[in-house]
Write a protein that binds this ligand. Structure first.
Ligand code: FRU
Length: 502
């Protein structure tokens, strides 16, 4: 009897496992945040407080497609193990809860603090669908909510909105930071085809300071989800203005551009009006940084693209976020660039792996991990003394192939997802994406983070970054590298990454 029960149980378990392999649940990333169910877009209000990282996100809890926006909420100690929390903000009579930011109001400038409790304050866009239909052009305005229990519960401010709309159709995604030299809050707001800066002593009264960008950067689409943050290069402070744009990205659709320059509390002065792209792949949108992380600047984006986000074949959820990335600056000749590399916390989920040295590559060389799982963290250091074209092939038993390579003639990296599995849900999905190799360093270096249905490529210390999602029919198991003319690899390291989802 016992034996029969065990075999029935085993059969049931196997059936469940087999069906997870069959169903769209098979695309669930293992160490990237995804909501358990339903629709997600932009990460919002990311903030570090009392040892916990808070992630809020654009969320529609009723369906797998975009709808009336809420702020979903998840918490983590390491930005990898996320625990989904109750929804933080629901739509109300002023509108849907669009993107925004959150700050720790340590000095209680807002007066929301009580009995010594420090308020977390969320600054977000109310998007009013009724006014939108009336085509007044004034349907987006900025509002506040605060929490006195470390993000568990939120109260909307009775004086909302705090920044009414002056007549600009796209007037959204406030990113607020404390500007210590003038002891005031600075809001960076996306206002259609430019950024408008506002300042406030208390988060409630806002005055316009300046505008940037009508004559700078890419304008193939509307400007959204900006961020303004300081980084340091050789002891000098450099301000980074991130401006997400949709469409108009370098590889179609949604993408993030950035400008480097100075900021004096009032005006952002760019060193150059030309766009730099923070990620050349198709799937890192609305990326902004966590607030209250001290000297660290940690970026997280939505790993999708408005071109197909509502059609991707996952179920019962849609969308994942990128891993957290640490931002820095690096000079190439006279030109300064922002770099992004995986936040060091990723090393904390490393499991078994391998390390190989001095590999000559011409015919395909097998780099597949022995455990048959090709998701994980790969580091490849090339000896470019003999550099030529090379191609990495991530594959599976179904014969799907994701190609990641370097084209010497054009000095470009690429990711080609045309044969990567399911691509037919949107006409432009199965494409090859290119990115320039910016580094002039003799040696190419790749850090590659693969997680079931996504790949994040950090080349040359994060000077060139590409993020692409894809939908392989069976789990990734193979990795080979080939080079028609021949290249030399100094070092290859692989670590399996432990699943961080519950
Ligand atoms: C960016 C965006 C934001 C907006 C939000 C709505 O993806 O369009 O500009 O606040 O999504 O969900």
């Amino acid at each position: 009897m016992k034996k029969i029960t065990i075999s029935i149980l085993a059969a049931l378990l196997f059936a469940q496992f087999a069906s997870a392999q069959e169903t769209p649940e098979k695309y669930r990333p293992q160490f990237h945040f995804t909501p358990k169910a339903h629709w997600m877009n932009d990460p919002n209000g990311m903030v570090y407080y009392n040892g916990t990282y808070h992630l809020f996100y654009q969320y529609y809890p009723e369906a797998k497609i975009w709808g009336p926006m809420h702020w979903g909420h998840a918490t983590s100690k390491d930005m990898l193990h996320w625990k989904e929390q109750p929804i933080a903000l629901y739509p109300d009579s002023l509108g849907y809860i669009f993107s925004g930011s959150a700050v720790v109001d340590a000095n209680n400038t807002s007066g929301f603090g009580k009995d010594g409790k420090v308020p977390l304050v969320a600054i977000f866009t109310h998007h009013n669908p009724v006014l939108e239909k009336q085509k007044t052009g004034r349907h987006e305005y900025q509002s506040l909510a605060y929490s006195l229990d470390e993000g568990k519960t939120w109260t909307k401010y009775s004086g909302n909105p705090v920044l009414p709309n002056p007549g600009i159709t796209d007037f959204r995604d406030p990113k607020v930071r404390w500007y210590e030299p003038q002891k005031k809050w600075v809001m960076t707001l996306a206002t259609k085809d430019r950024i408008t800066f506002y300042s406030s002593p208390d988060l409630k009264k806002w005055s316009k300071e300046s505008e940037f960008g009508v004559d700078a950067g890419a304008h193939g689409g509307v400007w959204e989800c900006p961020d303004l943050l300081p980084l340091t290069h050789e002891g000098k402070q450099v301000w980074v203005l991130i401006v997400n744009i949709n469409p108009g990205g370098p590889n179609k659709g949604s993408a993030g551009q950035y400008f480097l320059g100075d900021f004096d509390g009032k005006t952002f002065t760019a060193y150059s009006k030309e766009t730099k792209w923070l990620d050349w792949g198709a799937d890192n949108y609305a990326a902004v940084t966590f607030s209250n992380t001290g000297d660290r600047s940690l970026l997280m984006g939505w790993m999708s693209n408005w071109q197909y986000a509502n059609q991707v074949p996952t179920d019962p959820w849609r969308s994942a976020n990128t891993i957290s990335r640490e931002l820095g600056l690096k000079a190439v000749g006279k030109e300064l660039y922002m770099t992004s590399v995986p936040a060091k916390e990723l090393d904390g989920i490393k499991a078994q792996g391998y390390s190989k040295k001095n590999i000559s590559v011409k015919a395909p060389v097998d780099l597949a991990p022995k455990n048959g799982n090709a998701s994980g963290l790969f580091r490849l250091d090339f000896n470019t003394a003999t550099a030529d074209d090379f191609e990495l092939v991530l594959s599976n038993k179904a014969g799907n192939e994701l190609l990641i390579g370097y084209d010497k003639a054009s000095n470009q990296y690429y990711i080609d997802r045309s044969k990567s599995g399911k691509t037919d849900f949107e006409a432009g999905f199965g494409q090859k994406h290119f990115a320039p190799r910016l580094s002039k360093d003799g040696k190419i270096a790749f850090t590659l983070v693969a997680d079931v249905a996504s790949v994040e490529l950090f080349a040359d210390g994060g000077l060139t970054v590409m993020t692409d999602i894809f939908f392989p029919d069976t789990p990734l198991s193979g990795l080979t590298i080939k080079s028609a003319k021949g290249i030399q690899l100094d070092d290859v390291q692989y670590s399996e990454l432990k699943p961080s989802i519950e």
